[in-house]
Design a protein around this ligand. Structure first.
Ligand code: ADP
Ligand code: MG
Length: 452
């Protein structure tokens, strides 16, 4: 067996043990470059792959090698960008017939019973250090609903894969032989159901409809902020399922302790299981995501175009997908692959520019929205705690992010005296050094200010 045959047999085995997306992610463009004295040297395209393969898959790979060839004693990974050359880069996509089917994005039918979209699967979810914990926890829950972590709470910014992940759990459980009743519902829908149940005096039947459920998935629970009646009803639904050992899965754009106007008892329920976040993927992972998406559609694009997208579309995964789909639609209508100059024009609206997004209006708007206040509340001359803190944070950010002078911030807030602003600035600075919750809130607010 030569090196290539050996590698192909190992890959064939590995493919059975890990998900399709992970396989595509970590084993693309790899090959054996030498085999001496039982030591195999495998070339990988970048440092990122090297790290992942040696940390996550070393044991499994070694065992697989050993089962095929017992003379193998150890593995080594070496970075060889040359191996990218093996990638078939095509300037034209002619060989890849694009048919209407491939370009019909997101047109899967949502399952009427579960409300799940069958497109959201573990198999097409790319895992990297930015979402590793959330992925692992979700997988554990899907394998042992009700018993692994309950509730499972996934949080993170817009377009980073929360809905995909929590629905993947639902779809996986739903595909098991032992039938469990899974229900996915957005918080918005939950709230509107509660409102109409109140109006039609049918609360009991609404709650009864949820009681036979084994797995309840509620998306975007930050939407419950300030909606007291819905929180109360949700609290009862939560408890009755939880007591029966039923699985509850929640998502939110922020951790439970940063959701404003959330009843304490509900917050503590949310915090009672596993909390995991999803972050922004880095450049290498963005590239992998693009390649995975293309592979799903059986398409290829030249490497330079993919690299351009991955280095410029940074806001979130939804935008990355949007940019890619934009190019594919261009291809479909023009029947040619856009060159880099055209790509740059097409993607103008996606390209992230950190310089023009933070401004006064944006900071005030974001802080108010984050704390569920109206903008004018921030300027109320009140000492109420719910307002003082957001106001101090707004002052802090105007200083820190925009370098406004203390007196000019004071004027914006109708203060004659700018020492109040200095006090606010110092207080937030000091507290953020001592208090993780505040640090996290500040970072979530900044993320929103800069990504809007
Ligand atoms: P969120 O709910 O956090 O706003 P979504 O789950 O709707 O984000 O994800 C936005 C889009 O990005 C979806 O089309 C989803 O399939 C895709 N996506 C997000 N994360 C990943 C990932 N890790 N791997 C592959 N696709 C992803
Ligand atoms: Mg979502």
């Amino acid at each position: 067996m030569n090196n290539n045959e050996l590698w192909q047999s190992v890959l064939a085995q590995m493919q059975l043990c890990i998900s399709k997306a992970n396989f595509a992610t970590w084993f693309q463009n790899t090959e054996i470059i030498s085999k001496e004295d039982g030591k195999i040297v495998i070339s990988v395209p970048n440092a990122f792959s090297k790290e992942w393969l040696s940390n996550k898959y070393y044991k499994l790979m070694l065992k697989t090698f050993y089962d095929i060839d017992s003379s193998v004693k150890g593995l080594e990974f070496t970075i060889n960008p040359q191996s990218l050359k093996n990638l078939v880069v095509k300037r034209t996509l002619e060989e890849e017939k694009i048919n209407a089917e491939q370009l019909k994005f997101d047109e899967f039918k949502v399952n009427k019973e579960t409300n799940l979209n069958p497109r959201y699967l573990f198999e097409n979810f790319v895992v990297g250090s930015f979402n590793e914990l959330a992925h692992a926890a979700s997988l554990a829950v899907s394998e042992n609903p009700g018993n692994a972590y309950n509730p499972l709470f996934i949080y993170g910014g817009v377009g980073l894969g929360k809905t995909h992940l929590i629905q993947a759990v639902g779809n996986k459980i739903n595909s098991n032989l032992k039938k469990k009743r899974v229900k996915y519902i957005s918080s918005e829908k939950f709230v509107s159901n509660i409102i109409s149940a109140i109006r039609t005096k049918s609360m009991e039947s609404f709650k009864a409809s949820l009681s036979p459920i084994d797995v309840l998935i509620v998306d975007d629970v930050q939407f419950f902020a300030g909606k007291n009646k819905s929180q109360e009803e949700f609290f009862h639904v939560f408890n009755s399922l939880y007591e029966k050992n039923k699985q509850i899965i929640l998502s939110s754009d922020r951790p439970p302790n940063a959701i404003p106007e959330l009843e304490e008892r509900l917050r503590s329920r949310f915090e009672g299981g596993m909390i995991a976040d999803v972050n922004l993927p880095d450049y290498e992972t963005r590239l992998v995501i693009l390649k995975t998406k293309l592979q799903e559609k059986n398409l290829k694009l030249p490497e330079d175009i993919l690299e351009y997208i991955a280095s410029n579309v940074k806001k979130n995964i939804r935008e990355l997908e949007g940019a890619l789909n934009g190019l594919l639609i261009y291809y479909k209508t023009n029947n040619s692959v856009p060159d880099l100059e055209v790509v740059k024009k097409l993607l103008k609206s996606y390209v992230f520019s950190p310089f023009n997004v933070a401004n006064y209006k944006k900071i005030i708007e974001t802080v108010a929205k984050f704390y569920n206040l109206e903008e004018k509340n921030l300027f109320d001359p009140t000492r109420r705690k719910e307002i003082v803190k957001p106001r101090q944070i707004a002052m802090f950010l105007l200083r820190k992010e925009l370098k406004y002078s203390f007196p000019s911030i004071a004027r914006k807030f109708g203060n004659k005296d700018h020492t109040t602003v200095i006090y606010a600035y110092k207080k937030i600075l000091q507290e953020s050094e001592e208090n993780n919750k505040l640090t996290e809130e500040l970072s979530l607010i900044k993320q929103r200010v800069y990504s809007g």
